[in-house]
Design a protein around this ligand. Structure first.
Ligand code: PLP
Length: 416
């Protein structure tokens, strides 16, 4: 009996199968995921990688990173623990150094044993914070221009992103608070405008959080990219007990190592225990070898990147002057390595503008629409990935394209 069964099984498993094409497909994505768009900036940069691989010379103003010269001491110095999993909060020495660094730069103490977790980039930290807080249908207020992932991360948590148009103020945030509001996300300093928030704005946000029981999720991934003499109030200063504040930060930009995927999240102990569960189920821990390496070389990397950051911020502000000299206004800001110039006098939408810029001038920038529905009259420019002469060529190309596609230029052409 056993022999017969085995023979049948073997024969059946080697016979060619007639493929069954069930409808709907068993591999269909959830309606929610299907509805989520690709991250606008990353999609644009993938186009650039493909063009460059095909031999094109593209002036890249779309990349969300600043290229630095980083020292690379040997990895061989690291012990065997570098190859293994770490505690799910992260390598202890890195937590100690990050907690101290956060306290030194922001004035807010962080307990390295209970209040900080190293993550695979701040993107994961932000997503974990949202998963930890949001119930289906909860609203999360996200002021525009908003960094490309906030909106869809909220949606992936089955929450409802509530945008505030680009010219809104903290009072416009207040006006959008409802019984379903769970959190507000603030990015300070801000991608894409480069704006720093004032102490008065932050205090008002904390008052709103207290009054309505809201969480404030602060994204501070550009915290090093602030001019030396500029006041930079940090959100945590006004909530030292971490009653309602979660801070997400990252080594990606601040240490110029975006590809390493190391970020961190700071929150009070009870919430951290929830975030840690997510880490355990999603990632186990951030890449251990890089965390050990960074912990060992923390001060060296910081000492090398800080002067480069200073030069990068100065470069950003010179490029803002170049736009201004050509009559193109950028939204106010002096930090980060981004600019958000207005293309309002062009007849093109931001998507058409970015496409034309790439096609005609081989210059890549990100359509403002990626930063929210109210931002279709802007494009995002990064000054982090090109030398100054190429940046200038790119910026003049943007200004030329605005001139060539002026709304009144078409009216003139129509009249001729
Ligand atoms: N937050 C902002 C505002 C960003 O611009 C970025 C990256 O561009 C991130 C978060 C995510 O950075 P990472 O995951 O590399 O830390």
């Amino acid at each position: 009996m056993t022999t017969v069964t085995n023979t049948v099984t073997t024969a059946a498993s080697t016979a060619p199968r007639t493929p069954i094409r069930p409808s709907p497909s068993p591999l269909r994505p959830s309606a929610l995921l299907e509805d989520v768009a690709e991250a606008g900036s990353i999609k644009q940069n993938n186009r650039v990688y493909e063009l460059k691989a095909a031999g094109a010379d593209v002036i890249t103003l779309s990349l969300g990173e600043a290229f630095f010269d980083i020292p690379m001491p040997s990895l061989e110095e690291l012990g065997p623990e570098a190859h293994r999993y770490s505690h799910s909060l992260g390598v202890q020495l890195l937590r100690d150094k990050l907690a101290k660094h956060h306290e030194q730069t922001s004035g807010t103490p962080v307990d390295p044993d209970t209040e900080i977790m190293v993550t695979a980039g701040s993107k994961a930290a932000l997503y974990m914070a949202l998963v930890a807080l949001v119930e289906p249908g909860d609203e999360v207020i996200v002021p525009e221009p908003m960094w490309v992932s906030y909106h869809d991360q909220v949606r992936l948590c089955r929450g409802v992103p509530v945008p505030v148009p680009w010219d809104g103020t903290v009072e416009d945030i207040a006006a959008r608070i409802t019984a379903r509001t769970r959190a507000v996300i603030v990015n300070n300093p801000h991608n894409p405008t480069g704006r720093r928030m004032s102490a008065a704005e932050l205090v008002r946000l904390h008052d709103l959080a207290d009054a309505h029981g809201l969480a404030l999720i602060a994204d501070e991934v550009y915290s090093e990219f602030v001019p030396d003499d500029a006041p930079y109030p940090r959100i945590g200063t006004f909530d030292p007990g971490k009653e309602h504040t979660i801070v997400c930060n990252s080594m990606s930009k601040n240490f110029g190592i975006s590809g390493w995927r190391i970020g961190y999240v700071i929150a009070d102990g009870p919430l951290m225990r929830q975030l840690m569960k997510l880490q355990q189920h999603m990632l186990t821990c951030a890449p251990t070898i890089l965390c050990h390496y960074l912990a060992e070389n923390f001060e060296t990397v910081l000492a090398r990147t800080r002067p480069q950051i200073r030069r990068m911020v100065a470069l950003r502000n010179r490029m803002a002057d170049t736009f201004a000299a050509r009559g193109v206004a950028c939204l106010p800001g002096d930090s980060t390595f981004y600019l958000f110039p207005s293309i309002a006098s062009s007849r093109l939408t931001s998507g058409e503008f970015a496409d034309e810029l790439l096609r005609r001038y081989r210059v890549s920038a990100v359509a403002g629409l990626a930063y929210g529905q109210s931002c279709d009259r802007f494009i995002r420019v990064s000054v982090g990935a090109e030398p100054e002469d190429r940046l200038l060529r790119g910026i003049h190309a943007i200004c030329d394209l605005i001139d060539e596609t002026r709304i009144d230029a078409r009216a003139e052409a129509d009249q001729r």
